[in-house]
Design a protein around this ligand. Structure first.
Ligand SMILES: NC(=O)c1ccc[n+]([C@@H]2O[C@H](COP(=O)([O-])OP(=O)(O)OC[C@H]3O[C@@H](n4cnc5c(N)ncnc54)[C@H](OP(=O)(O)O)[C@@H]3O)[C@@H](O)[C@H]2O)c1
Length: 274
């Protein structure tokens, strides 16, 4: 008698838009049951409906990962539904672009919580069962993980955390059959850019953007590979590499030039030119 292969199950955070939504659709089209998490329940339901119309399987679990107990609650809900997870994609994340002193404390705290704390907690909660199934963790880092990101300082630091954390876990687990990978895209054309701040799009950094399709292909490749880190795009690979061989001060200053909000670069009076 022919044994039917068990359907793979993936939890994807930040699946209500951008990279997470597109990756969820792509994984569902390849036969994975996708569990969609983010805050916007209605939007997640639309994504799930589209996946089901295309013949896929999707479960919606609305979750605000900025809340301290959100990772535990999401994990408990997945467990309660009896879903045995093969892949965890920690994709939810957001940034703030602008002068550091202008970022609201609540927003800053939300970034730390979503980009780092929830990501680490979800990984910790799912790792035992992922180990048992020889599964995969994919963490969305960024090219800003490789150098400081002036005017996006907190965001860059959270992504440096994601990269370091992912590479450490990769080394801890790769001989035990669990694959942990960090994907590092440069700027991608998603709602992330405008959500980061009104001046982000006008900076040199956001001039060259990757397409969501390209990033999704790289996400799938990162999960299929055995390597810990994948930087998306040749221009970005070159930038990350050159930063490693340059003085840290120079790299930080170059970053400040590339991320400078236009309103700070325009002199306010003739006297400022002196
Ligand atoms: N776009 C870029 O330039 C770029 C470059 C490098 C790396 N990345 C990384 O790629 C990942 C995906 O970003 P994207 O570009 O696809 O941006 P996006 O379209 O804005 O998507 C961000 C996702 O995160 C979710 N999210 C935000 N706050 C959340 C919260 N408190 N709780 C749960 N989910 C939350 C959002 O859903 P809700 O609003 O519904 O909660 C949304 O689904 C992020 O980690 C980002 O840092 C982006």
């Amino acid at each position: 008698m022919e044994m039917r292969k068990r359907q793979q199950i993936a939890v994807i955070t930040g699946a209500s838009s951008g990279i997470g939504e597109a990756l969820a659709r792509a994984m569902a089209a390849r036969g994975t049951h996708v569990v969609l998490a983010a805050r916007s329940a209605a939007r997640l339901e639309e994504v799930a409906q589209a996946i089901r119309r295309a013949g896929g399987v999707a479960t919606v679990l609305p979750s605000d990962l900025s809340q301290p107990d959100a990772a535990q609650r999401l994990y408990d809900e997945v467990t309660r539904l009896g879903l045995e997870v093969d892949t965890l994609v920690n994709n939810a994340g957001f940034g703030y672009h602008g002068p550091f002193e202008s970022e609201a404390l609540e927003h800053l705290h939300g970034q730390l919580q979503v980009n780092m704390v929830a990501l680490a907690e979800l990984t910790r909660l799912f790792v035992p069962s992922l180990l048992a199934r020889r599964g995969t963790v994919l963490n969305l880092a960024s090219t800003s993980a490789f150098q400081p990101a002036p005017y996006m300082s907190v965001y860059g630091a959270t992504k440096a955390f994601v990269l370091s954390f992912s590479e450490a876990l990769w080394a801890e687990y790769h001989d035990r059959g669990l694959h942990v990978a960090a994907l590092c895209p440069g700027p991608v054309e998603t709602p992330f850019i405008d959500a980061a701040g009104p001046e982000a799009r006008g900076t040199a950094v956001f001039k060259h953007t990757l397409s969501i399709d390209q990033v999704v292909r790289e996400c799938l490749a990162a999960m299929a590979s055995t390597r810990p880190t994948r930087v998306v795009g040749w221009r970005n690979r070159l930038l990350c590499l050159s930063g490693r061989f340059s003085p840290r001060e120079l790299v930080a200053r170059m970053g400040a030039r590339m991320m400078l909000p236009r309103s700070l670069s325009v002199p306010h009076s003739k006297g400022d030119l002196a």
